[in-house]
Design a protein around this ligand. Structure first.
Ligand SMILES: Cc1cc2nc3c(=O)[nH]c(=O)nc-3n(C[C@H](O)[C@H](O)[C@H](O)COP(=O)(O)OP(=O)(O)OC[C@H]3O[C@@H](n4cnc5c(N)ncnc54)[C@H](O)[C@@H]3O)c2cc1C
Length: 266
């Protein structure tokens, strides 16, 4: 048995270094240091562990501008076998709907796909829409918030972390799985694999290759419109150091200000 495994990966701006274009209200990615979305590193590791156990191939698919290539090389240096960058100026300004539709369209062009992995959410827009959206567009099963994946008797066994416990689901392929941030420890890149990845290169697929109408993708295909953005000023907080014998006085002060409430003992 061998599985054709796909990992959806997004390149995101590093932590707080976010620059917004004041006119278009879009993210200005060229002024920001970009990194691989951290939950996608966990999705990739889950995919590599599955391939190493069952056999098969791991293909990275990402929609993004040309600089996304650095993330794809990084994924191959960690162990992915193939990388497809879905890139075209028509895709720019996409909200989650055309992002999911475009990524699903690219995956549907692969000869075969058994398991698709995505991160639970991105660290920049953080909607968590894209993974489940791709499953819906492809009309396949999905398992979300997954911490552990196994494969037995032709079924994917996924452990889902819920608020009140863990749920184990057995799902037939093809299936899409969203992997929780910190679900595993991603393996390191190796220099040998990185050199090999640069030598093999990345496939770039454009709108023509996907055969999608231009009005379905990018900003034209996006139902969301950002009208306004504003910065929120954080309240200033001051620390106060007190001695032990001042505690009763402090409790009294907090009680009088209504910050501390005393409950009657039963
Ligand atoms: C009106 C509007 C305009 C926008 N304009 C722009 C813009 O101009 N440029 C821009 O870059 N963003 C833009 N965005 C943000 C864009 O919608 C999201 O970055 C994108 O749709 C993914 O959504 P998300 O980050 O919430 O992903 P989530 O749904 O939180 O991501 C979950 C998982 O889906 C996968 N995934 C997400 N995105 C991709 C991708 N692109 N390729 C492969 N896998 C992916 C990853 O595995 C990720 O972990 C805009 C958003 C809105 C609402």
């Amino acid at each position: 048995m061998s599985l054709e495994i796909v990992v959806m990966v997004k390149q995101v701006p590093d932590s707080q270094e976010v620059v917004i274009d004041p006119v278009t209200m879009n993210l200005n990615r060229s002024l920001t240091r970009n990194v691989t979305n951290r939950a996608d590193e966990n999705a990739l590791e889950a995919a590599l562990q599955l391939r190493d156990k069952v056999g098969g191939r791991v293909t990275i698919v990402s929609m993004g501008p040309p600089q996304t290539e650095s993330t794809m090389i990084e994924c191959m240096a960690r162990g992915a076998d193939r990388a497809i960058l879905v890139s075209d100026r028509f895709f720019g300004g996409a909200d989650t709907y055309p992002t999911g539709l475009t990524v699903a369209s690219a995956i549907s062009k692969l000869e075969k796909f058994d398991v698709i992995f995505a991160g639970e959410e991105s660290s920049d827009s953080s909607t968590g829409h894209v993974g489940p959206g791709v499953a819906e567009f492809l009309g396949i099963e999905q398992a979300t918030y997954v911490s552990k994946v196994d494969y037995e008797d032709g079924l994917i066994i996924a452990e889902r972390e819920l608020e009140d416990g863990t749920e184990v689901v057995k799902v037939p392929t093809p299936v899409l799985i969203t992997v929780l941030l910190n679900a595993n420890i991603p393996r390191r890149q190796t220099l040998r694999r990185k050199i090999d990845a640069i030598r093999r290169g990345i496939e770039v697929w454009n709108l023509e290759k996907l055969g999608m109408p231009p009005e379905w993708v990018g900003v034209r295909g996006s139902p969301t419109i950002v009208r306004k953005m504003r910065s929120i000023k954080e309240k200033e907080r001051a620390a106060k150091k007190i001695e032990l014998d001042q505690i009763p006085e402090l409790v009294k002060e907090l009680y009088e200000k209504g910050i501390l409430k005393l409950e009657e003992s039963q």
